[in-house]
Structure formats: C-alpha cells, structure tokens
Design a binder for this molecule. Sequence first.
Ligand code: BGP
Length: 482
Amino acid sequence: MTFPENFLWGGATAANQCEGAWDINGKGVSTADHLMAGSKTTPRKFTANIEEGAYYPSHEAIDFYHRYKEDIAMFAEMGFKIFRMSIAWARIYPNGDDAEPNKAGIEFYRSVFNELKKYGIEPLVTLSHYEMPYHLAEKYDGWADRRCIDFYLKYCGTVFKEYKGLVKYWLTFNEINSLSLEGNGYFSGGILSNGGDLNIFEVAKESKEAINKRFNGLHHQFIASAKAVNLAHKIDGNYMVGCMLAGLCTYPATSKPEDILARQNQAQRKLFLCGDVQVKGEYPYFSKRYFHENGITIDFIEGDTKILKEGRVDFFTFSYYSTGCISTDADAQKTGGNLIFGVVNPYLKTSEWGWQIDPKGLRYFLNEFYDRYGLPIMVVENGLGAKDVVESDGSIHDQYRIEYLRLHVEQMKEAIDDGVELIGYTPWGCIDIVSAGTGEMEKRYGMIYVDKDNSGKGTLSRIRKDSFYWYKRCIETNGADI
Ligand code: BGP
C-alpha cells in the first residue's frame, strides 16, 4: 500500500480566518468582517455596523497578510506540495460591483503565489470561502440576487487572467452545500435578510420565504460556479476547477427501515444534491419532491439548464472531520459538528468540541463519492480542533492530533488500495487560525502554533508542534512512515 508518486500533500486555510489586514491597501469590508467571536456554547453574532473597540476575529486573524513569507517557509520545511488558500473577493473588488479591481489586492496574491512557486508548492485557490464583499450583502441581499452571478464572474475573470501560469487548481465555492442547510443564509450566502445571530450548531427556524431565498441563492451559486468553470477553461486550458462540499457524512442510527429512509433522504438533500448539480450538470430526480414539499421554487431562466450542463467540474473535493447518525427517534441524543449534524454514534469517540471522530468513515465516504462521481478526489479539509499546551521549554506535544491525522492517513491509503483516485490531502488549518464556527483561536488545528488567545491577545509568534515533525516525516516518506 502506497500513495501515488505525485500525491499532493499539503494544508488548508481561508483568507478571512488567517489574513487579517481587513481594511488596508484598498481592501473592502467583507461579510466575515462583521462577525464577532462566539464559543462552543455561544453563537457568533453578526453586527450590521462594525462596533468601535469590539473584537472581530477576522480583522487581524493571524496576520498572514504580513507574515506569509515566514509561514510559507515553514510549509515548505514540512514538504508541502500544495497549499489551499482562498482569495478575499473584497481585496480584489472592494465593493463587489466596482468597475475596476484593486491593484494592491491583485499584487498581494501574486506575491503569495510567487512565494509558493519559489518552493515548488502548487496553490489550490478557493474563490469564495464563507465571505463576499459586504456591500453586495447590503445592497443586493447577497446571493439571493441573480446579479451577484455577474459580479462573481467579473472577479473570477480578473483572477483567472492575472494568475495564469501561477495557479492550476481552483475551487469555486467552499462547502457549497452549507447553503442547503437551515439558518446558513448569511454565513454562506451573504443573504442579510436571513441574518441575525449565527448558530451553525442548531437548526434555525426560518420562514418559508427565507428558505426559498436561500435555495435560490444556492441556485445562483450553481450557475456562477458552472460559468466560472467554463470561463477558466477558456482562459487557460490547463486550469482544473473543482467543487467543494461539506462532508456531512452520516449513517442510519439503527437498521429500522424508517431510519434507513431518513438517512437516505438526508444524504440526498444535504450532500448529493449539490454534488450532483456540479458534477453531473443537472438537478437530481429527488430534488423535485423535496422542493415541492417545502414550497421551494427555483427561479430558472432560459439558458440555466445548458449552463449547468456545460459547466461540470473537473474534480471533486470535500471536507471531512466527523460523521453523525440519522434517527427518526426525536429523543436521540444530538452530536456536534462543523455544521448541523445528526445523533450520537455509540461506537465513536468525540473531540473536545463534541465532534465524533471516525477515520474508517473517511474510507467509506471516499468510496461512496468515487462510485457516484468517478472524478479525481482531494480531501481538502480534515483535522482535529483541540486546545494545546505550550510547555515551559516552548515545545507542544500534540499527540492527540498526530493520532487523529495518522488514523485518517491510514484510511486514505486503504481507499487508494480500493481503487479510489485520491490525488491530494490538505488538512485544515495547517497553521492555527480563527475557527469559522465559533470565532475562537484556541480551537486549534495547526501543526504550527500561533500565540494568540480567544480575546485576540498574543504575540502572534509561530511555534512548531510535535505534529509538525510528524507530518514532515509523513510527506518525506510519501505516507509510508506514519
Ligand atoms: C469548515 C470550514 C472551514 C473551517 C472548518 C473547521 O466547515 O470550511 O472554514 O473553519 O470547517 O471548522 P471550525 O473552524 O468551526 O472548527
């Protein structure tokens, strides 16, 4: 059992969780800049105005904007072949609907890509990772408005042209299926009228109108993604454009037929619907009944069907942290997760944040996705959010993280042996960054520690954890010595 010779080992981040520099060198304010910090039990709050003196985690984050050279050097030291990052749309088009792009923003990412190139690290660029220019949310209600498709394409066209030769792999939307989840209108769609406090751990109550708006927002993202795939291919025949799904991976809680059906339903609606549209180029058969029963009417216009067909993605990617179970028993105990999840699986252990750890599930779902889509796959997020302790000598012994990663790497190996065409692995938050769900800093995923706490205090200095040396060895031996 070995990983293929050219396997893309690396790590993953997102702009609003690591860059900081939220309002300098021409960057516009993004939807993520309006989110305060929360915790495991308190939802993050969205504020319509940025409150003076209040703490907004994205504003400084880990200051990757000024420290990218130092950080990329450490990624190179670990042996990264690929680095997943996102471009902050508002750094390129500050308001989203501007006539001209912000030159300083374009040059910033060019410098980052050049720095990666220096070490032979391939960028994997997410075009939209849980943020958009705030102006688009305020003026147009975000993705609920079809005009956002053109604003997004203008932005895509600019970066596709500017970074030709520097980037090969693109992802159109991070965890696009999060917009198919209750209560996620603002977070993943900039739909302000669906906003308010954000609690992505609970099913928020939405009006029929809000649900309809959210699904139309999703439809607009599908069209934007398909058009972006086409545009990318026109600009550079070597571009590879992928979709990215939140791996909301579930099992039936019992063998009771009702549970089996409920799980099938959940998987179709929350997972496969988006994958099917982006990979197969059309809405799946089961969407009709689902939309009908929930009063959802998609605003299809002439040409949409063709656009979806012609804009199928080149590869498939997903995030994988944990699994949950689906049950029809209303009293079954709920479990945590990066988005809304199911009920407890008695066979699994959980992380400190209540996410169930399931390495074998990764092999299972890699097989599921490959069987359904037949495209090359990358696991573009995976990891353990945990608190770390810095010892008096400055070392950090994160054996728990090594164990988590080791077990998942083992299962990827198995999946490759099963015949799955797995081409890359970018564990989440390879350097500690702000948590998307809670806004905390102390929910750490990194192999590199960043000195900063939940209230935003710290020196921002970087420290190599034990997992840093473990991952370096893993990459060096192409997954043989783990
Ligand atoms: C995914 C997001 C990431 C990320 C990760 C971990 O859903 O794509 O942005 O942060 O989950 O979640 P969290 O940061 O809430 O621990």
